[in-house]
Design a protein around this ligand. Structure first.
Ligand SMILES: CC(C)(COP(=O)(O)OP(=O)(O)OC[C@H]1O[C@@H](n2cnc3c(N)ncnc32)[C@H](O)[C@@H]1OP(=O)(O)O)[C@@H](O)C(=O)NCCC(=O)NCCSC(=O)CCC(=O)c1ccccc1C(=O)O
Length: 264
């Protein structure tokens, strides 16, 4: 089995029968690189196989960000790890769906890009009132289609999901709750108490009933897995284009990207 004490990018802790999986890269707003995803995958597998663990909490270290998606500084066409785009992101996303225990996104700050997709995939979301949500793919030459688009549309409605992906605005926690992306918003100082309240309740429920309910919700949207898989292979080709590279370069150079010449 994996040894979480050797993790560099992720903290793994069990608190009162809840596994806390914390992305620990606050300097890059908890963006993930290849190593981060390897450790997240291992952490979810540990939690899945630990009979003491009734629920899983996914969160980010510090008070600035939950997760801001792929680490743009580790992104030169492809990312720096294994998998279709140099990140085993499809494995992590599949695990969050497949682990037969409820996963709570504890959103403590920015949930942006691939970070917002992770929160979208979690079974439940509790957000601090300071949290902000959004997608930035078309600003940085990327798209996380499938779970990031079609499942998002299930949560917030098709028109709103298109707005989120095309306009790339940021939404407050309260706006995210109103549109169905978040279950509960609490003052930042009460975030941990609110998460503990739900993980304590989950620890008292029948694990088999919860697992069956989770699988039944999943069965209704599992066609999206195929869309995600197809889209990831399309994004791999996109990442090798000058258009996508312009988006990454602009983010790293802190300037507005110039996509005009790519309009077809
Ligand atoms: C999160 C922001 C909105 C915060 O903005 P602001 O408050 O103005 O702070 P900044 O000065 O921008 O950021 C502070 C500090 O953090 C660094 N940082 C933030 N995000 C990242 C990141 N993702 N990678 C690397 N570094 C990051 C930033 O450079 C600053 O560092 P300093 O040293 O202090 O200068 C804003 O930061 C923001 O919009 N971030 C961009 C996030 C982003 O581009 N994420 C990737 C998105 S890709 C996507 O959305 C769709 C594709 C997708 O999800 C996907 C699909 C398939 C495989 C992988 C992915 C994937 O997730 O990429």
């Amino acid at each position: 089995m994996f040894d979480p004490t050797k993790f560099t990018d992720v903290i793994y802790e069990v608190r009162d029968r809840a596994a806390w999986i914390i992305i620990n890269r606050p300097k890059v707003y908890n963006a993930f690189r290849g190593q981060t995803l390897e450790e997240l995958i291992q952490a979810f597998q540990i939690a899945a196989n630990d009979r003491q663990v009734a629920s899983i909490v996914l969160t980010g270290a510090g008070d600035k960000a939950f997760c801001t998606g792929g680490d743009q500084s580790a992104h030169e066409g492809q990312y720096d790890g294994r998998g279709v785009v140099g990140l085993p992101i499809d494995e992590l996303q599949g695990l969050i769906r497949d682990v037969p225990k409820p996963v709570i996104a504890r959103v403590n700050g920015f949930a942006i890009g691939g970070g917002n997709v992770l929160a979208t995939l979690c079974d439940l979301t509790i957000a601090a009132d300071t949290a902000q949500f959004g997608q930035v793919g078309p600003k940085v030459g990327s798209v996380d289609a499938g779970w990031g688009t079609a499942l998002l549309a299930r949560h917030v409605g098709d028109k709103k999901a298109r707005e989120i992906w095309f306009i790339n605005d940021r939404y407050t926690a309260e706006q995210a709750r109103e549109m169905g992306l978040v279950n509960k918003v609490v003052p930042a100082t009460e975030l941990d108490a609110a998460v503990k309240d739900w993980t304590d309740k989950l620890a008292q429920r029948s694990p088999t009933a919860i697992a069956l309910a989770k699988r039944s919700f999943n069965a209704d949207t599992d066609n999206i897995r195929g869309i995600s898989n197809l889209a990831l292979h399309a994004v791999k080709l996109f990442y090798d284009t000058a258009e996508s590279k312009e988006g990454v370069a602009a983010f790293n150079e802190k300037r507005t990207p110039d996509f005009h010449k790519f309009t077809s």
